[in-house]
Ligand binder design. Structure first.
Ligand SMILES: [Fe+2]
Ligand SMILES: [Fe+2]
Length: 338
């Protein structure tokens, strides 16, 4: 039977594999075998954490209104990595080594239980194309998206994870700053309905489409802050650009491309419930048939925030099998400080 590419099955398989390794560790008395199992646990956990942090968590954050789940999972990953680093320094066979593997095993089991019990049901509710998301996960695991056709060199795992985390942190800091600005500007901004309506009436009025040179400059400038998906995707600069093949990961900053993609899927621009509809802080899409209680916003407002936050729209047109894909995520470049 072919292995399922459903994202949740992909992650569940990883979970099961690593928990089995912990179990085998507990069962054996052989020191050499324990060391081997421990090495395997370390490598499995690192790869698993990487694909979650690179693809799954950023997507989760954008697609669900559950920032709390995202934050909790991210903190647990950090704790797991701290334990892993300490374990790697420990000599096999000592009581301390045993205790550390045991504690790590208990901690990972707890994290897995939360992911499968709390996060996965939220993911299912979003109506995301789970096969496309799973494919994205497997491509990250393989070390590259295979978009360029070039064999990718061994990924510098740590650097990539760091880059991704910086991007996530940058989003948080940016979000907070934006929220503060929103609150401060709240009353002033609210009394401009005339302008907003004028903008609405003129659909060509939103941010000008970036040129190929603009996109190249953006990529160069933010090489460190953007996720690997974004850097390796095929860039779509205009509505005329086409993917090279089905299942290809694409990226764009062109408003018209984004709008056409959403409209072809009946998706409406939206933000989280209770958010500022004029200047939405969080961007979502409201797909038909999936009631997430999202608040619809105008395309001008959606694209205004997209432009202001210098986001990139990472997406697919079609899945590998050729059917339409709803897969997308928004990537935010690292913010330079000072
Ligand atoms: Fe995780
Ligand atoms: Fe996981």
């Amino acid at each position: 039977m072919p292995r399922s590419t459903n994202a949740l099955d992909v992650l569940r398989r990883d979970h099961k594999k690593v928990l089995t390794l912990f179990h085998r560790f507990e069962k054996t008395e052989d020191e050499g075998e324990q060391r081997e199992l421990c090495d395997e646990i370390v490598s499995e956990l690192k790869t698993h954490a990487e694909i979650e942090e690179e693809v799954f968590y950023p997507w989760l954050r954008e697609a669900t209104a559950r920032e709390d789940l995202f934050e909790e999972a991210s903190i647990e990953h950090q704790t797991t990595k701290d334990l892993l680093a300490r374990l790697e320094e420990e000599q096999a066979g000592t009581p301390r080594f045993h205790a550390m593997v045991k504690v790590l095993g208990e901690y990972v089991a707890h994290h897995v239980k939360e992911e499968e019990g709390e996060i996965f049901p939220q993911v299912e509710k979003t109506g995301v194309d789970l096969d496309a998301l799973g494919q994205e996960l497997e491509e990250r695991r393989a070390g590259g998206p295979g978009v360029d056709g070039a064999a990718s060199a061994a990924p510098s795992g740590k650097a990539e994870i760091r880059a991704s985390r910086q991007a996530e942190r940058a989003v948080s800091a940016d979000d907070v700053a934006q929220e503060v600005a929103d609150q401060a500007a709240g009353e002033d901004a609210a009394d401009q309905p005339g302008d907003a309506q004028a903008a609405l009436a003129d659909s060509d009025d939103f941010a000008a489409a970036p040129s190929v040179e603009d996109d190249d400059r953006y990529l160069e400038e933010h090489a460190e802050g953007l996720s690997r998906s974004t850097r390796h995707a095929k860039w779509i600069h205009t509505p005329e650009d086409e993917p090279d093949h089905d299942g290809q990961t694409l990226a764009t900053r062109n408003p018209e491309v984004i709008r056409r993609w959403a409209e072809a899927r009946g998706a409406r621009p939206a933000t989280t419930p209770g958010g500022d509809a004029e200047r939405p802080r969080v961007l979502r899409f409201d797909f038909p048939d999936y009631d997430k209680g999202l608040q619809e916003v105008s395309w001008e407002a959606w694209l205004g925030t997209f432009d202001e936050r210098e986001l990139t729209f990472v997406f697919q047109e079609r899945q590998k099998a050729g059917n339409q894909s709803n897969f997308f995520l928004l990537d935010s470049p690292e913010r330079e400080e000072g």
